[in-house]
Design a binder for this molecule. Structure first.
Ligand SMILES: [Cu+2]
Length: 481
């Protein structure tokens, strides 16, 4: 799916739309689909031809399922289709990618379904499609929570609203309420074997997986909601190749009765942001598109595109000519809020002045293959957890990789492949803003986020700043500022 395709269903109350059939869907019923799957698994071209659309009945070059077929959905079950297609990059080139999509689409589809519109598994046993969560919470305008009112003790600063604002989530997100059951059906529509795995998703922190799904096959996967936290789902086949080709997404597990908190007794937040990084190696993509298998040792990864929530460069920054892309960038990625006087190390301060201070949470996920150093100007971030393990407040240590394991202020957050880090951005008056400058402020202050892994700032081998970039905004107290 190209990044300029905009999810049309943003209403938090709409049911899952997996019943939508593809426009080319010839209307096969589920039993035909199962036959098709079985035939493809056996490589029986004749059986496939029997259900292929006449207009496109050219013999498949590989054992790809030739016809997009959506199955009848089951209540409370999310269907994921492993599809392939071509995705538009920030320099307008098309790159072969794979992904877990909402509906079956064919290789040459102009708008292949390679990532899902966010879905929510509720405690009530439903699958709800929604870009925002909590479902009934107010939507922050353009992604920015507006304040409850001025903070009289701190001119130019505000009280925030606690437990009020919904957060927007990017495509590929699955939100799981604690106490719910995750029910998935995964359809492998490709020529190779694939797998769906949730890294460290089981309560003992082991992986949850379908095991290999043969070409044309399907798998059921049911599991209890993981502990509250941030997870990655991905295809571990020939790691990291299939993940780098796009077979990944995020799972955010939330307690619905304490939905503005990362985990019990952990930090509360005004709203949260999910930042998923990804790097694309076009050489790898070309090898796999031609039916080959990447040997990551013989062909070491040399990523050419670097994405944040599936956008790069001026599109990630919301500065593109396309208003829809810009809106999505603001709602999903470009952290924004009004300044507040806060010490975010007091998780969930709620005793003084009846309220109402706190920062915003940034869940950072690296689904890609490059090491990133997520660097912020303006505010430091307080790093709280890595891979859902709380870092200690005192008596930290240095781990076997040389990293300091201790909650701390950081302006550069190391994010290794498969890493998930939960951090708080205080959204506070920058410490070096003098009174004279602060009180004269009449406009939003915008601060860059750029990855300190320098190659990641480019696209197509040199286009700068075409890669993993963003900014965050400290909104002005002046209306229209
Ligand atoms: Cu910098």
């Amino acid at each position: 799916m190209s990044s300029d395709s905009v999810p049309t269903k943003t209403n938090g109350t709409e049911p899952a739309s997996t019943t939508d059939s593809h426009p080319d869907d010839p209307g096969l019923d589920r039993s035909s689909v199962l036959k098709l799957g079985a035939a493809a698994a056996l490589g029986t071209a004749a059986a496939m031809a029997a259900v292929a659309r006449p207009a496109t009945a050219a013999p498949p070059r590989r054992a790809r399922a030739a016809v997009p077929v959506a199955v009848t959905p089951l209540p409370g079950v999310l269907d994921l289709y492993i599809n392939e297609g071509y995705t538009r990059m920030v320099d307008d080139s098309l790159v072969y990618q794979r992904g877990f999509g909402d509906q079956p689409t064919a290789l040459r589809d102009a708008n292949p379904s390679l990532r899902i519109v966010p879905k929510i598994f509720t405690r009530a046993g439903q699958v709800v499609e929604s870009r925002t969560y909590p479902l009934n919470a107010a939507l922050p305008p353009n992604g920015t929570p507006t304040p409850a009112g001025p903070d009289p003790a701190n001119p130019g600063q505000f009280f925030i609203r606690r437990n009020h604002w919904a957060s927007y989530f990017p495509q590929r997100t699955i939100i799981v309420e604690t106490g719910s059951k995750v029910r998935l059906r995964i359809f492998n529509r490709l020529a190779g074997t694939h797998q769906f795995t949730v890294a460290q998703g089981a309560h003992g922190r082991s992986d949850i997986t379908t095991g290999p799904i043969p070409p044309g096959g399907e798998a059921r996967l049911d599991f209890d909601a993981p502990y509250a936290g941030t997870y990655l789902y991905y295809d571990p086949t020939n790691a990291p190749v299939q993940r780098a080709l796009g077979l990944f997404g995020s799972i955010v597990v939330v307690d619905p009765e304490d939905a503005w908190r990362v985990a019990p007794n952990q930090m509360g937040f005004e709203r949260q942001w999910l930042w998923v990084t990804h790097a694309i190696d076009t050489k790898w993509a070309n090898i796999e598109a031609a039916g080959g298998t990447v040997d990551p040792v013989a062909t070491p990864a040399v990523p050419r595109y670097f994405l944040l929530n599936d956008r790069s460069g001026y599109e990630a920054l919301g500065h593109s000519p396309n208003r829809d892309i810009n809106r999505l960038a603001h709602e999903e990625s470009l952290i924004s809020g009004y300044p507040r006087q806060v010490d975010v190390r007091d998780f969930g301060e709620d005793l003084t002045l009846g309220t109402i201070r706190g920062g915003q949470v940034v869940r950072m996920v690296n689904a890609g293959i490059a090491f990133h150093q997520i660097h912020f100007h303006g505010n430091h971030l307080w790093t709280v957890r890595r891979n859902n393990v709380e870092w200690p407040r005192e008596f930290g240590h240095v781990d076997e990789d040389g990293h300091v394991v201790l909650q701390q202020w950081e302006d550069v957050i190391q994010l290794e492949p498969m890493d998930r880090k939960d951090c708080i951005i205080p959204m506070k008056r920058p410490p070096d803003a003098t009174d004279q400058v602060w009180y004269a402020r009449t406009e939003d202050w915008k601060y860059p986020m750029h990855c300190h892994a320098e190659m990641s700032q480019t696209a197509a081998g040199g286009m700068y700043p075409g890669g993993l970039v963003a900014h965050w905004e400290l909104k002005s107290p002046v209306i229209g500022g």
